[in-house]
Design a protein around this ligand. Structure first.
Ligand code: SAH
Ligand code: SF4
Ligand code: F3S
Length: 439
């Protein structure tokens, strides 16, 4: 048996796709995947820096690996992703048993870094950013996993610089991938058996704006939609400021487009939105929601909200609470504001004390939980088309798939149904999933 690698992915869809590419590269070098770090000769952490907690988790993990290194002197440890990009060389200094740090635009250098680490015991950190022309040649090349549902990267980086956010610093400027490449990859995925594609980018609505001759996001969506053999189409993430009337119309005209949109609100108070630099008001956000629901009455919305942003008053918070009640999101990911090094928000006055943050978080969560429970419970008794993604546990006779709204549905059925859309009657609704029976 040759060398094995253990790869752990933290953070968002970007990292999921990057990890697929890392696995592909390591496979080409002769490494095979391992389930546990104890069994590996190479450990790779693909990391997230979005909140302080995520970053602390990385350091915690790295210290846990120290005894493994002592037990297996051949073991190499590498850190990639957004923490690697942010911390660079500093990580090598802090963690003496760390060998390699590779930034978000340096995945392609991993083979060379590994060789130098193995042969010359060189510890290196590579975190350079590259220009657009070079980055366009390096959108993740993908392995055939045969998975029913896959992410497809249409853009990288972000130009928005929301005051709280580290992404523009750790992912660089926004670049859009040429539509021809996106379509080629989508076709290749469908040819490998993929039935659902989720187009991903930090702000997909601004796709192609900086590149001459490229289609708009709504046009790209339509082109991917028309690929034969594709059953379902999703996209993430949308910036509320940049939703065009053409994109709204897609929800009425594209039958394969799932009836779900993730539309991060962040706050329901105009003063806070202004300080965040989000470029919309609460009224404008609501207007967009109404347009979307007019185009597609069945649409379900999900969102992200930050509580305790600097300067947020009790009355600002109440506006967020009000907004949540008005929009009735099917799900909301709630975060306590976490100061990130180098971002504009760390210089803003009016820090909200942790106990106030927590108290607002709990109040918002209680309101949102009740709304979520109601919405998902309303599916019970209905028969929904479910795209079957796989077995819940191998050999269990239990399958899982998703409704158009994206929630996982477990039901019993034959493995032969994987990859097909089947009618399932919903019998129960839980916190994160639903239970059903085949019809
Ligand atoms: N590009 C996407 C998502 C970015 S990160 C977008 O624009 O929506 C995902 C979520 O993490 C954000 O929507 C935000 O709610 C949250 N987030 C980002 N930075 C944060 C910070 N410093 N503290 C707390 N939450 C944060
Ligand atoms: Fe961060 Fe804002 Fe860009 Fe999203 S749009 S990644 S929140 S800077
Ligand atoms: Fe985290 Fe980087 Fe994504 S900071 S959320 S993994 S872009």
């Amino acid at each position: 048996m040759g060398d094995g690698f253990y790869l752990e992915t933290m953070g968002c869809q970007m990292n999921v796709v990057d990890s697929e590419q890392i696995a592909l590269l390591l496979g080409e070098l002769g490494y095979t995947p391992r389930e546990r770090p104890e069994d590996a000769d190479l450990i790779v952490l693909n990391t997230c820096a979005i909140r302080e907690k995520a970053e602390r988790k990385v350091l915690g993990h790295l210290w846990q690996f120290k005894p493994l290194r002592e037990a297996n002197p051949r073991l190499l440890i590498a850190v990639g992703g957004c923490v690697a990009q942010q911390e660079g060389e500093k990580l090598l200094k802090e963690i003496p048993h760390l060998d390699i740090v590779f930034g978000t635009q340096n995945i392609h250098r991993l083979p060379e870094l590994l060789r130098d680490a193995r042969e010359k015991r060189q510890r290196r950190a590579e975190t350079a950013f590259f220009d657009e022309a070079e980055r366009l040649t390096r959108f993740p090349e993908r392995c055939a996993t045969g998975a029913v549902s896959r992410y497809l990267t249409i853009m990288q980086g972000c130009d928005n610089f929301c005051a709280y956010c580290v992404v523009p610093y750790v992912r660089g400027r926004e670049v859009s991938r040429p539509a021809a490449d996106v379509l080629a990859e989508a076709r290749a995925l469908v040819a490998q058996g993929t039935r659902e594609v989720t187009l991903i980018g930090q702000n997909v609505n601004s796709y192609g704006r900086k590149s001459e001759g490229e289609p708009s996001f709504a046009e790209l969506l339509t082109m991917v939609h028309d690929i034969k053999g594709l059953e379902r189409l999703r996209f993430v993430t949308s910036h509320p400021r940049d939703i065009s009337p053409e994109l709204v119309a897609c929800f009425a005209t594209l039958p394969k487009l799932c009836r779900h949109i993730h539309l991060p609100l962040q706050s329901g108070a105009d003063a806070v939105l202004r300080n965040m630099g989000r470029g919309y008001t609460a009224a404008r956000y609501l207007e967009r929601v109404e347009q979307l629901r007019a185009a597609c009455p069945e649409l379900r919305l999900t969102t992200d909200i930050i509580v305790g942003f600097p300067g947020e008053t009790e009355s600002d918070f109440l506006e967020t609470l009000e907004m949540v009640k008005r929009v009735r999101f099917a799900d909301a990911y709630l975060f306590r504001y976490s100061p990130r090094p180098g971002t504009k928000a760390v210089t803003l006055p009016g820090a909200v004390p942790p106990e106030v943050q927590q108290e607002r978080f709990d109040r918002l969560l209680a309101v949102q939980d009740a709304i979520s429970r109601e919405i998902w419970a309303s599916d019970v008794g209905r028969t929904l088309p479910v795209l079957v993604e796989g077995e819940s546990r191998q050999g269990s006779g239990q399958l899982f798939g998703r409704s158009t709204w994206g929630r996982v549905i477990n039901f019993s059925g034959d493995v032969a149904l994987v990859g097909r859309v089947v009618p399932v009657r919903i019998t129960a609704s839980y916190h994160n999933s639903q239970l059903g029976e085949p019809v």
